[in-house]
Design a protein around this ligand. Structure first.
Ligand code: GH3
Ligand code: MG
Ligand code: MG
Length: 596
């Protein structure tokens, strides 16, 4: 409750309590003072009663004296004094009675009554004595005034006055004590109130300064210091206060929330930036790939970094085929087949990205098995032709954002172009390296191979130069196409027989070269003979017509026995020429210098 109060409310409350306490304390001070004045009045009253009682006793005594003197001397002045005293005594008695009516106890009243009756009795005796004296009975009068009765009455009166004075003293002492006790009591209460007020004031001061101001300020100062250091983990407690400190706390909370939001946005921006950087890196590498294996490596390395939540496959369409085959995968995709036909994929059929998921609204591709995930197929195209498919799967409920989809499509476009480029490149390389008619490696490839061998020599190398015998004849007799067919036929046999041990090249025209690394001269001779026989053996027909038997002549050279690698072709060619001269359909191995 206190925590909801404003500081001003607390201080106002404290003022009110202090005011009440002060009022109570002032009242008790007044009460205490009044008790003191009552005490004074009581003392005053009793002193007066005391004095009067004493005066009464003295007066009674002096009257007795005057009466006695009168009856002894017969002087009228004493009689006059007696009556004056008698009057005075009457006045005193009246005063006494008036005073004694003010707060007098019944016992005291009885005491006064007794005094008065004693005084009256003495009075009567004395007045009787004066009458007797006047009547001439001086002895009777003297006897009455000095007699035992008068004496005992006078003694009783004095004793009674003494008693009443003692009683009054006791009573006034009691009253003084009571008034003092009351005064002390109220005084103590007043003092306690003052002490309470002071304590209250100190407590409020302590509470306000320490609990409600200093502590929260220290806490807030710590929080602000940490927030200034961008440490947003710091907790700003919501103390629900509605005072100035509460407002400051609220402001700090807003400050922290803003900081957190800014940090979140920063993190998001950094993440997005990192994603874009990665995508850029990936696209650069994709475009620099020299073959599909490299492409697969780049894609399956970068995709999980860019999209950690998505697994996938990179499918490539075989050239002139209709089957897609997974070239690479990442993050263990589970739902798709590894090979499938174009028609099994809705995306490939429609040429547009296709999204489907288990129990979803859209149809699922046939190459996708039912699994607890959602799938996205994006066709890879180049210049309108399908070259492959980018397949992605995420856990169900892990929706790919529109931005992610855009990125996927951007990457798919990039990968599609790269695949098309690679295919084009493969074709160009093939065209540059191979001969279109026979499919054998061309003269350029032969030069490259020889350069390679020159730079990195192998143990031994054999070279076969082959020329089709009287080839011109096939062209002339059966036409150029028949010549081509003979060329293809010979090329096929050369490839079949020597392809495993070495490389077969079309040297040019109807001449071929075979390089046999690690082959000794005898091995080469053996292969040359096998080739010669194989070509010679099979009859060749073209468009239903049996052609003349085809034969070849071969020249064999070796390195290092016969000479350097750079001269191996020339030497084989010379041996070929020798074979031609020698009658064709034969092989001749170069003459080794030592043997010559
Ligand atoms: P030899 O036994 O002395 O080698 O006689 P040959 O007729 O085989 O030799 P020649 O050099 O006189 O003839 C080769 C012919 O091969 C010349 C050329 O027209 C023909 N030729 C070269 N390349 C091709 C080709 O690609 N296709 C066809 N059909 N003929 C070709
Ligand atoms: Mg020739
Ligand atoms: Mg020839």
């Amino acid at each position: 409750m206190a925590s909801r109060m404003r500081l001003s409310t607390i201080t106002h409350l404290a003022y009110a309590v202090t005011l009440v306490l002060t009022a109570v304390s002032a009242s008790t001070f007044i009460l205490s003072a009044r008790s003191a004045s009552q005490e004074r009045i009581a003392i005053q009253q009793h002193l007066e009663i005391d004095d009067l009682a004493e005066e009464l006793a003295i007066l009674a005594e002096s009257r007795t004296d005057e009466a006695r003197l009168y009856v002894m001397r017969g002087d009228e002045r004493h009689l006059a004094k007696f009556y004056v005293d008698d009057d005075q005594e009457g006045h005193l008695e009246a005063s006494l009675e008036k005073l004694s009516r003010l707060g007098i106890s019944p016992e005291e009243k009885a005491m006064f009554d007794r005094i008065r009756s004693s005084a009256d009795a003495i009075d009567t005796i004395e007045k009787d004595a004066i009458s007797a004296y006047r009547a001439g009975r001086q002895n009777d009068a003297q006897r009455a005034l000095f007699g035992d009765e008068h004496y005992s009455l006078q003694t009783t009166l004095l004793k009674q006055v003494e008693d009443v004075r003692a009683s009054m003293t006791a009573r006034s002492q009691a009253m003084v004590d009571a008034a003092k006790a009351r005064s002390d009591f109220f005084g103590n209460i007043a003092k306690s109130m003052l002490v309470l007020t002071a304590l209250m004031f100190l407590a409020v001061l302590y509470f306000v300064l320490s609990r409600r101001v200093a502590l929260p300020l220290i806490r807030m100062s710590n929080v602000v210091t940490r927030l200034a250091r961008q440490d947003y983990d710091v907790e700003v407690l919501d103390d629900n206060r509605r005072d100035e400190i509460g407002e400051m706390n609220h402001a700090i909370q807003i400050f922290r929330n803003n900081g957190l939001e800014r940090e979140r946005l920063d993190a998001e921006r950094r993440k997005d930036q990192r994603m874009k950087d990665l995508m850029l890196q990936m696209m650069h590498r994709v475009q620099a790939c020299q073959n599909q294996e490299e492409l697969s490596d780049v894609v399956s390395r970068f995709m999980p970094q860019i999209f950690p939540d998505a697994a996938g496959h990179l499918f490539i369409l075989k050239e002139q085929g209709s089957t897609l085959q997974s070239l690479g995968q990442w993050s263990n995709p589970v739902a798709s087949e590894l090979h499938f036909l174009i028609d099994d994929c809705w995306a490939l059929r429609r040429g547009r990205p296709h999204h489907s998921e288990k129990d979803g609204d859209d149809v699922t591709c046939h190459h996708i098995r039912p699994a607890e995930n959602s799938n996205l197929c994006i066709p890879l195209t180049a210049l309108g032709d399908i070259v492959g498919l980018l397949y992605l799967e995420t856990a169900l409920g892990n929706h790919t954002s529109n931005a992610d989809r855009l990125y996927f499509e951007l990457l798919a476009e990039n990968i599609g172009l790269a695949v098309a480029n690679l295919q084009l490149r493969q074709r160009l390389i093939g065209m540059a390296k191979r001969d279109a008619l026979t499919g054998l490696l061309n003269r350029r490839s032969l030069d490259e191979a020889l350069n390679r061998l020159t730079e990195n020599p192998v143990g031994s190398l054999a070279c076969l130069m082959i020329d089709i015998d009287h080839f011109k004849r096939f062209n002339d007799q059966f036409g150029h196409d028949a010549g081509d067919a003979v060329m293809q036929y010979v090329a096929r046999i050369l490839q079949e027989v020597a392809g495993r041990q070495g490389e077969v090249f079309r040297f040019g025209g109807e001449e071929f070269t075979i390089l046999l690394p690690e082959a000794q001269g005898t091995d080469a001779e053996e292969i040359a003979e096998q080739l010669r026989k194989a070509v010679e053996r099979a009859p060749v027909s073209y468009r239903g017509r049996l052609l003349d038997p085809v034969t070849i002549s071969l020249g064999v050279s070796t390195s290092p026995q016969g000479g350097t690698i750079s001269s191996v072709l020339e030497r084989a060619d010379q041996s070929l020429l020798a074979a031609k001269k020698n009658g064709r359909n034969q092989w001749i191995r170069e003459t080794i210098a030592e043997n010559a």
